[in-house]
Structures are given as C-alpha cells and as structure tokens.
Design a protein around this ligand. Sequence first.
Ligand code: S3P
Length: 436
Amino acid sequence: MSKRFKISPGGKLAGTIRIPGDKSMSHRSVILGSLAEGVTHVSGLLEGEDVLATIAAFRAMGVNIEGPDEGRLVIRGVGLHGLRQPQHDLDMGNSGTAMRLLSGLLSGQSFPSSLIGDKSLSSRPMRRVVHPLTEMGAQISTAEGGTPPLQIRPADGLRAINYQMPMASAQVKSCLLLAALYAEGKTCVTEPAPTRDHTERMLRGFGYPLSSDGSRICLEPGFRLTATDMVVPGDISSAAFFIVGASIAPNSRVEIKNVGINPTRTGILFILKQMGADIELKNERTVGGEPVADLVIQSASLHGIHIDEAHVPLAIDEFPAILIAAAVASGETILSGAEELRVKESDRIAAMARGLTNIGVDITETADGMRVQGGQIQGGTVDSQGDHRIAMAFAMAGLLSNTEIMIEDCDNVATSFPDFQSLAESCGLNITVINQ
Ligand code: S3P
C-alpha cells in the first residue's frame, strides 16, 4: 500500500503547535544510552521509523530498552564493551544516519555484523565511511558500487587516524568519533565546514571528554560513558515545513514550541530571514546541553536571494522546504554548493526540480543546486520519490497553488514525522491522505 497526499489549494496556517523530537538527537540518545553504564531516561524522543530501527538494532545486540512510550525510553546501558553479537542482519530501514553511525561503532566490536537498508538506503554512498574506517584498520566491505549492505568483521585492533573530511558530513564525523572510542591513540577529525555537533555535545553530556579546536575534534579511548537523562527538543527540520507554510500563506501565524536551535542547524532561519521572513525566537533557553526556543512565524512577502554557500551545511535537510518558499518569492533564488543534496533519501535536487516543474514553477537545475524564478504555483502531480521531506515540502506548496497538488509515494513521512498530516490539518492545511 502506498499513501498519497491530496492538497486542495488555499488556506492559511494558524495555531500553537509542538513538533516531534529531533531525529539526529534521538538516534544519538539511543546509541550513547546503550553504550553508557547505568540507566538512561530519554524524553521527547522521535517515535519515527528511523529511530525505531536504531532501537531495534540495539535490542538485537542485547540492550534492554523500555518504550518508546509518549517519547520516553528507559535504556539499561551495557557499557562500551557490553554489546552482544546480533543473531540477524541489522535493518536500518530508510536511515542513513543509523547506518553510518553504526558502521563506526560496529567496526570496533569483537563480533561480526551486517547492516542492510531499504531501497533508498541501499543506493546511498557508504565509501565516505568505509574509506576512513579501513584506514583505522576496520574490516568492512560494501556491495559493488560502494553501497549497502555493509559487512563488518572484527578488526585486529583499530588505530587512531587524523582525518581531513572531504565533505561536510555530520554522519561521517560521528561515525569516526564512535569508532575512535575503540581505537588505540587519539583520533582527530577535521571538517571542511561546520556540521551538526550533537554527537560531540552528547558525548560530553554522558561524561566522555573530547577536545575541539576550531574545525578539528579529537577523542581518545579509555574513558567511559555514564548514564544520564536526555531531553530531546523538537526537530527544526520538521518545524521547517510549518515555518515555510506560515511564511508564505497570507494571514498566517504559527507558534512552534520547544524547537532545537543549535547554531549548526539554524541555516533555515538565516536564509528565510534574508528572504524577508518574519520569524521571532522566544524563551531562548538551554535544555540538556542544547539551545532551545519557541518560534513565532507570521506571513511575510518573500524575495529571492543567492543563498550563501556557507549556510548550506547548516540547512542541509531544509532545502526541499526552502525551495518551496523560493517558488513563491518575488524574483530569483539561487542555490549553489549543495551537491550533497543529490545523495540524500532521494536525489533532492532532481526530485525538487521535477516536482516544481510539474506544478508550473520555472526552474533551472544545475549540478550543485538550482535557480528558481518565483511566481504563481499552478498545481499538478508530484512524485516524492519516497522521500519524506520532498513529500512534506510539496504539501505546503498547496497553500498557494491555483489547483490541487497530488503527491505520490508518501509512506516514508513516517520515518521522521508520523503525525504530519493531522498536525498540518489542525493548523489549516487542506490535506487528505489517500491509501491506495
Ligand atoms: C545527520 C546528518 C546529515 C543530515 C541527516 C542527519 C545526522 O547528513 O542530512 O539527515 O544526524 O548526523 P550528512 O552527514 O550526510 O550531511
């Protein structure tokens, strides 16, 4: 069965809402809670399919995890050396984060393992983790073409590396930091541009020391993780659809409570504000080592910009939504330096280019981004390519379209935002889900 979203044109967004927990932090709280000594309580967890895959993997490795129950988990950590050999392949579903982070962790274990994924994940590049892990001495192989499944055999001891990452990727950075917990010597990873730093913050939160100096982060083995309580804030990447929807639909006002505003994640706020958006941050505070705020978004008339390439890694998951804003802004918006979008859950440049063209938007696709001429959205049918963020972004386009927008292949919205439809509907989006 495959879900479609039917969006009837028009409407505005209004209300005070909470969005689901941050996906990146939810994965990491399961991983680090499992490796800690003692009992970790997590609240605010995203109960999306991606995170459930990570939970299932740690259960298969002998970790006792209770929940999730209304965003709460109780994890009885087994310590850094307490994982057991799983009796079956570990299925990471749609989640690149789960697969790449676990590849590093599993490379340091004394048992073999095998990581598999769904159709989308099975076509995503894994050499970006396999190359540096192999340099550390890991015994890890991919399918031909450098894609999953990943087969991992126990290494004869991992050794530390100094690694200059060729691309800005928090998944690669985090993979190597997790492998470094098991490597002899001090591993240092240098990133070409800042990426989300939840792994570093959370390792420290579990009492594990790290040193960082500008873009270089170093970690040595020999310490331990101590259980703690983790409070996961709302995911700015899920808030993104409502931020864009409220910005573009006239007479909208949405307040989104409890959103994570870690500076490595807030590129969308810079970019939309540069386009003229009216976004206010209220009640800024720190929760569990992460900055959090309530966001108030009111409609504004947006104009096109050339997006600063320095903001791209800080908004990497938000471009489907941002490109919908660009489609209705006055003038041209140029996105460049975003070739990483081609290797996400779908090729997001191609998927957005095709979808925008189908609904009557004038765009030019480029190798590393696209140019969008803002104007009137017509309507039509869009293939989400099974990509959750493409589906949710086009749903918001319906707020300003002339005719209906039909979005195909929306099942994977459940990977990051299981209640998207009911929340969007409660705010005023004319969305109907059709089960085929
Ligand atoms: C993530 C890192 C990013 C992001 C993904 C989540 C993470 O991927 O796109 O959705 O949790 O570390 P890359 O590291 O490939 O940029």
